[in-house]
Design a protein around this ligand. Structure first.
Ligand code: PRE
Length: 268
C-alpha cells in the first residue's frame, strides 16, 4: 500500500500514516496529498482533519469537498509538542500554524517577545531550527536528534491534545461499512429553517451527529457548505434513509457521501 502524507519525515501526519503502511512518501501540503490520491499516484493519503484544541484543518475540509476521493478510515493520535532549538536564546519560534495555535498560551507566557512564523509542517520547522540558531521549532520531541536541544516538553495549552486524521483512498475504495460516516451538503439556498430541514432527517431516525462544520462555498459571502460527521455506516437503512431525505429537501443543492469508516486510536 503506497501512502502519501505531509512531509518532510517526522510530522505528526507521518506518525499517523505509519499505522496505515510502512511505505510512506511526502508532499508539502494537504491539497497536494488529496490531489495525489485523486489522480491515482498513491493508494492512500493521510491528512489531518481536526484537533481537540484548535479545531478544524480548513484546508482539508476544502480539499475534500473539491476532489474525488473517499474516506476509508479515521486515526486519532495524541499530540505532544516540544520546543526545540540549538540554544536557549532564539528570536523566532516557527511551526505549523495548527501547532503554534495549540501552544498559544505557553508562548504568550514564556516567550511574549519572540516572533512567531508559520511554515508548512512541524518537521519543516525542525529543519529550519537545525540550520539557524536564531530559530526554535515546535514539534514532536523525537524530531530533535543530535542537533537540537529539547527546551520544554508538553507545551500544548491543554494536557489532553489529540488530532483526528482521515485515511483517504480513491473513489473505488469507498465502502458503506463502518461506524462513522462523513457527508458534505451544499444547500444552494438560504431561508428560515433551512438548517432545521437539513438536520431533521437525522433526528427523526435517532442518528447521532458528532460534528457539523460550515465552510464558505467561495461563491459569495454567506453562502456555505456543511460538513457532517455522524455515527453509523451508510449500510444501515436508517442512515441511508436520512441521507436520501436530505437530498429530497434540496432543489438545486447537492449531498456528497465521502465515506463510511471505522476509527482507530493510535497510542503514539
Ligand atoms: O505539521 C505536522 O506535523 C502535521 O502533521 C500537521 C498537523 C495539523 O495540520 O494539524 C497535524 C497534527 C497537529 O495537530 C499539528 C499539525
Amino acid at each position: 500500500m503506497h501512502t502519501v502524507t505531509l512531509g518532510p519525515e517526522g510530522t505528526y501526519s507521518h506518525r499517523a500514516a505509519r499505522t496505515v503502511s510502512d511505505s510512506v512518501a511526502f508532499r508539502p501540503s494537504v491539497t497536494a496529498i488529496v490531489e495525489a490520491v485523486a489522480d491515482g499516484s498513491f493508494d492512500r493519503g493521510v491528512v489531518p482533519i481536526e484537533n481537540s484544541i484548535e479545531g478544524s484543518v480548513t484546508e482539508t475540509l476544502d480539499a475534500l469537498a473539491a476532489r474525488d476521493v473517499s474516506i476509508v478510515r479515521e486515526v486519532v493520535t495524541p499530540i505532544t509538542h516540544a520546543l526545540l532549538a540549538q540554544a536557549e536564546d532564539f528570536e523566532t519560534v516557527t511551526s505549523h500554524s495548527q501547532a503554534l495555535a495549540q501552544c498559544r498560551s505557553f508562548l504568550a507566557d514564556q516567550y511574549p517577545d519572540v516572533a512567531r512564523e508559520s511554515v508548512a509542517s512541524t518537521a519543516a520547522a525542525v529543519e529550519l531550527a537545525r540550520e539557524d540558531p536564531s530559530v526554535a521549532a515546535i514539534a514532536h520531541p523525537s524530531t530533535a536528534e543530535q542537533a537540537l536541544r529539547v527546551l520544554a516538553t508538553e507545551i500544548q495549552d491543554r494536557p489532553s491534545n489529540e488530532t483526528r486524521f482521515f485515511v483517504l483512498g480513491p473513489e473505488s475504495a469507498r465502502s458503506p461499512a463502518g461506524g462513522k460516516t462523513t457527508i458534505v451538503i451544499y444547500p444552494a439556498s438560504n431561508h428560515p429553517g433551512l438548517l432545521y430541514e437539513l438536520l431533521g432527517p437525522f433526528e427523526e431516525r435517532g442518528v447521532n451527529l458528532t460534528r457539523i462544520e460550515s465552510r464558505p462555498s467561495g461563491k459569495q459571502l454567506g453562502d456555505y457548505r456543511f460538513h457532517l460527521d455522524l455515527e453509523g455506516g451508510l449500510y444501515e437503512p436508517r442512515i441511508e434513509a436520512a441521507v436520501e431525505a436530505v437530498e429530497a429537501v434540496l432543489d438545486d443543492g447537492w449531498v456528497r457521501w465521502l465515506g463510511s469508516y471505522d476509527v482507530e486510536h493510535a497510542v503514539e
